[in-house]
Design a protein around this ligand. Structure first.
Ligand code: ADP
Ligand code: ZN
Length: 701
């Protein structure tokens, strides 16, 4: 473990292990197998990378995502780690070199896709080579219960037999209890140790709301606190993704689309730009995102309901991997609920599968309609626990009002019953509100006892009630796809008045979210430095063709702003700066920090002095008003003159001959110091005045 800690510090630039990392790493270095379940951003990569660096031979990392391997390798190379990927996009020569390196034990980490790993000749090669470990990333792909099943993953079970002495570790961020069991079984990890990290992502703020002009809601959300940020917007259909991206571009954002309907090339381009550039909004279908380890995604927005909490948690989990504040935001509506219910009923899966899926969707809908802490519910779903409401979700921050909906629900359910359990929500609402539509009369529904008994609620309120009744499983949607509703057994007790229903009250269009997450800097100068550091990072990243975050994470740049290190040694103490990066980029960033510390910038306090000057106050009056010494005011004004903000004559009135005398005195003093000039002029002018005059002279002074 001493060596592991040394690598953590020297190679990665981090001070200490997080959570269970040390325990997991120790276990694998010792040769044990492991199943690691930790949320995104918890630091799973280190759990296999460091053991691979400590043990002899290559660590073989199996990842389903060929497109992303190159980025992972690039990040490791930046750290000075010997790493490579093998996949179909590489030249034969490159592959052959990597294979030799594996055989000779001179490479530490090799990324391969399962298809490649399972090829006979590759397995053969591995059997003749020293191996540190096998790591299966995104291990939920092995499970049919997970949401990303990949048939090739199942065959990875063969590794246990063929390489009984090589430690195997499977890692994933999302897996509920059945999926977990499935993974352990299929990958033969019974003899290994299971590490369940806490599931919480405390830096993510969750908010779920009812759709009410979703585009505007999204726009408001992005504008309030996420302008200029990287983010992902998930849509259900390709068309919606294209349209939303185009619309965001019109609104002035840097938005790209990503979906299965695009060519592979176009998708790869979108993805590469998202990874490499700052502040791109990716508008995508679920086809996007797995394995994306971009650390500075500041928000994930859903314009539709995901089909399970696992999917929701996985997708929102792509925000804020760097630990800085991030948002998981969602808007959903009645139509989403109906569509998902129908898709599920229509699916060709067998009954057992359907039951599992139904259960998952119910849990997702439950989360949406929830009136208490979202995080507590999310964690409970994954078998984790949070004792107190989190204080960082919409329900905690603005507790929703609830109402006793028992009577209204009785009316709504009875209307379904009386109309024959075959009509959709809009029709039912019309009947309840006593509309005089022709169709209602044709069916004779204007004669029903439920006709017009719901005038006390608006149509929107009724629709919301129906949505909640569907969400709670009191009503089902027909299979034929017309949206007809029928009662379930769960509706009976409510209909008979035996059960009370307390539901979330719909508030008309939520207030705009408070401005959160905006990077807060104490001084204007800090935000200037932040931008300058980002600019430098961008330039270095472009020179090397890597993503900006591969150079340094936002969190690392933030720390630079806070601490303003002045030497390489001080810089090296900042989290995320290991030996290799300090060497490669230290000077460049120090230079930026030093430049920004120069006095030529007009800071807030100087600006205030200048404002007073412009209002006609002279330096003495300004000093008096601002309770500053006269010297300080003059030094503010000197800087303002240097930067061209004000002219000398705005500050002091001197006769022409006086000015010439002072200038002459400066020319005769060799180094431009004030004191000799002051003395030469026999104290006729204050230091501050001389300083201001000096600021107008040629730079040799
Ligand atoms: P995961 O794979 O679990 O989603 P990563 O391995 O990508 O998470 O790690 C998330 C971020 O946290 C990365 O930027 C990583 O460098 C950083 N990180 C991991 N372990 C530590 C640690 N011990 N100290 C500081 N930062 C860490
Ligand atoms: Zn909460």
């Amino acid at each position: 473990m001493r060596r592991a800690l040394e690598i953590l510090k020297k190679t990665y630039g981090y001070d200490s292990f997080r959570g269970q990392q040390a325990e997991i790493i120790g276990h694998i270095i010792g040769g044990g197998n492991a199943f690691v379940l930790m949320p995104t951003g918890a630091g799973k990569s280190l759990c296999y990378q460091i053991p691979a660096l400590c043990r002899d031979g290559a660590g073989i990392i199996i990842s389903p995502l060929i497109a992303l391997m190159q980025d992972q390798v690039a990040a490791l190379l930046q750290l000075g780690v010997r790493a490579a990927a093998i996949n179909s996009s590489m030249t034969a020569e490159h592959i052959s070199n990597t294979k030799n390196a594996i055989r000779n034990g001179v490479i530490d980490l090799v990324y391969v896709a399962p298809e490649r790993l399972l090829m006979a000749d590759f397995l053969e090669l591995l059997q003749q080579s020293p191996l540190a470990l096998f790591a299966k990333d995104e291990a939920h792909c092995v499970s049919q219960w997970g949401h990303d099943f990949r048939p090739h993953y199942v065959q990875l079970s063969a590794l246990a037999r063929r390489f009984p002495t090589v430690p195997r570790v499977a890692l994933t961020a999302t897996a509920d209890a059945p999926t977990r069991k499935d993974i352990i079984g299929r990958l033969h990890l019974h003899d290994g140790k299971t590490f369940l990290g806490g599931f919480d992502r405390p830096n993510i703020h969750y908010a779920i709301m009812i759709k009410d002009n979703p585009k505007q809601q999204l726009l408001r959300f992005i504008k309030h606190g996420h302008a200029g940020d990287s983010g992902i917007v998930y849509c259900l259909s390709r068309k919606q993704a294209d349209e939303t991206a185009a619309w965001l571009r019109e609104e002035g954002f840097n938005a790209l689309a990503y979906h299965a309907g695009m060519t592979g090339e176009a998708r790869a381009l979108s993805q590469a730009r998202f990874l490499r550039e700052d502040s791109i909004i990716m508008v995508a279908t679920i086809a996007f995102g797995m394995g994306i380890d971009k650390p500075d995604v500041r928000f994930v927005a859903h314009l539709n309901l995901p089909k399970s909490i696992e999917v929701y948690y996985q997708e929102t989990g792509r925000a804020g991997r760097d630990g800085l504040p991030a948002d998981g935001w969602m808007a959903y509506g009645l139509q989403d609920v109906i569509t998902l219910r129908q898709m599920q009923e229509n699916s060709v899966a067998d009954e057992q599968h359907k039951r599992v899926e139904r259960h998952k969707l119910d849990a997702m809908l439950g989360l949406c309609e929830l009136t208490s802490c979202r995080r507590q519910a999310l964690l409970r779903y994954f078998g984790d626990k949070l004792d107190h409401p989190c204080g960082n979700c919409d329900n905690c921050l603005t507790p929703p009002a609830t109402w006793d909906a028992s009577v209204a629900a009785q009316k709504a359910l009875s209307c379904v019953h009386r109309t024959g359990q075959r009509f959709g929500v809009n029709y039912l609402v019309d009947v309840l509100r006593g509309s005089d539509h022709e169709r209602i009369k044709q069916f004779g529904h204007d004669k029903l006892t439920t006709y017009g008994i719901g005038k006390e609620h608006s149509a929107i309120e009724w629709k919301n009630l129906y949505r909640q009744l569907i969400s709670r499983g009191l009503l089902n949607v027909d299979i034929e796809g017309h949206g007809g509703l029928h009662l379930t057994d769960a509706a009976r007790p409510v209909l008979r008045g035996e059960e009370k229903l307390h539901l979330r009250k719909v508030t008309k269009a939520e207030k705009p979210e408070r401005k959160r997450n905006e990077k807060q800097f104490k001084q204007a100068a800090d935000s200037t430095l932040w931008e300058a550091l980002r600019q430098k990072r961008k330039q270095l990243a472009e020179e090397q063709g890597v993503a900006a975050y591969v150079i340094f994470h936002d969190a690392t740049l933030m720390e630079m702003v806070e601490r303003q290190p002045q030497t390489l040694e001080q810089l090296g103490l900042i989290s995320g700066i290991g030996a290799r990066k300090l060497d490669a980029y230290g000077e460049a960033f120090l230079e930026v920090i030093c430049e920004s510390a120069q006095p030529a910038t007009i800071t807030d306090t100087i600006a205030e002095t200048v404002t007073l000057l412009c209002r006609g106050l002279d330096p003495v009056a300004i000093a008096h008003q601002r309770n500053l010494t006269l010297n300080t005011v003059y030094s503010h004004l000197t800087k303002a003159i240097e930067s061209g903000e004000v002219e000398l004559e705005d500050v002091i009135t001197l006769e022409k001959h006086e000015l010439q005398a002072i200038q002459l005195a400066f020319e005769q003093s060799d180094d431009g110091k004030i004191k000799p000039v002051y003395e030469a002029l026999e104290g006729a002018y204050e230091y501050g005045v001389l300083q201001c005059v000096r600021a107008t002279l040629a730079p040799q002074h």
